[in-house]
Design a protein around this ligand. Structure first.
Ligand code: SF4
Length: 57
């Protein structure tokens, strides 16, 4: 649930993302999608936030 422009259920440090809450390390979306670019994901590096949107500065 969004509270003051941040979703406290989704901690995130990707400040390069357009969806980041900016002042605090949370996502500002209601929900995100997580996926993988691997055929057989075995560690954290195999996972991706598919809701990432490159920030236009
Ligand atoms: S969309 Fe993904 S990468 Fe972007 S702020 Fe939200 S959780 Fe972080």
């Amino acid at each position: 649930m969004l509270k003051e422009g941040k979703n406290e259920s989704i901690h995130c440090t990707i400040r390069n993302c357009e969806n980041h809450a900016k002042n605090e390390d949370y996502c500002a979306l209601d929900k995100i999608s997580v996926g993988t670019h691997e055929s057989n994901p075995t560690n954290v590096e195999c996972t991706d936030c598919e809701s990432f949107k490159n920030k236009t500065w």
